[in-house]
Design a protein around this ligand. Structure first.
Ligand code: NAG
Ligand code: NAG
Length: 179
């Protein structure tokens, strides 16, 4: 039996309509908690989702994206991309930041994954990093008093390597446990 063209069209339209809620994902939604690994995911979404996954893992409320913080991160990442090193810059720090540099092209998900790696070095009882290891970026990612973030990645000026910055607001008291 063959379907008439109009029934075909109706079925197609139904399929499209029923798909639209799932495909209408906006930055800030976390796809029911499942990370989206497709490379087509916008950089902002990659950064935001990885932060909120790490926060959910320890029971901390999600962050929202803030374009003022994104501009701050872009400004700082632009400058870091010149030397490609994690050196302090002669520009005023307005917000708390996490910074990154790494070999080759690294997307937002890879950058945040390197920070989340610090989780294994964070001693919650002592509220300190295991000596000789860095967990500071992870602590800032999951800090419960932080509410907003904005991030940017840049390819270095004179190599295919990556620098990235996330700026956070309002504050995180490093003397307190992050959560
Ligand atoms: C974004 O952050 C800036 C600086 O902290 C703040 O003034 C502004 O209200 C924030 N915007 C939104 C939409 O939350
Ligand atoms: C990252 O920065 C450090 C200095 O902070 C530098 O030694 C290293 O070469 C940089 N890595 C890359 C991939 O540029």
């Amino acid at each position: 039996m063959t379907m008439s063209p109009s029934i075909c069209l109706a079925i197609l339209l139904l399929a499209l309509v029923s798909q639209s809620p799932a495909s209408a994902s906006i930055p800030g939604t976390s796809n029911n908690g499942f990370a989206v690994a497709a490379p087509s995911v916008p950089t902002a979404t990659q950064f935001l989702q990885a932060h909120n996954d790490a926060r959910r893992d320890v029971g901390v409320a999600p962050l929202t994206w803030n374009s003022t913080l994104e501009q701050d991160a872009q400004r700082y990442a632009d400058r870091l991309s010149i030397g490609c090193k994690l050196e302090p810059l002669d520009i005023e720090l307005i917000y708390l930041q996490n910074t990154y540099n790494g070999s080759g092209y690294q997307d937002g998900a890879a950058v945040t994954a390197s920070w989340v790696n610090g989780r294994r070095w964070y001693d919650y009882r002592a509220n300190a990093c295991v000596p000789g290891h860095d967990c500071g970026a992870y602590k800032l990612m999951v800090c419960s008093t932080v509410q907003e973030l904005g991030c940017a990645r840049r390819t270095c000026r004179s190599s295919p390597d990556t620098v990235a910055v996330c700026s956070y607001f309002p504050d995180c008291d490093y003397n307190d446990r992050p959560y």
